[in-house]
Design a protein around this ligand. Sequence first.
Ligand code: ZN
Length: 94
Amino acid sequence: MNQPASSDAEKAPGDCSETLQELQLFLDGELPEGERAHVLAHIEACLECYQAFDFHAELKQIIAIKCRNDPMPGDLIGRIRQCLDDEPAEGATE
Ligand SMILES: [Zn+2]
């Protein structure tokens, strides 16, 4: 009946640096299922790791979407062309 009185009992399972290391593997889908549950259990209880996870997951999603679509939106290319056209040929006069 000797319960630990330290606040460690409130802490998330696992430790943060370990979780953050597994995070990349998790997002790459290379983490074994057992380890995935471990990471999920930790980020559910640890806001810091959750935010890191959220950030990386979103970043990965954005990159995936951008890579799937045209890397250069047509609108952007059009604007660049327009800028080049509008630019007076400075320095060309002698
Ligand atoms: Zn953590």
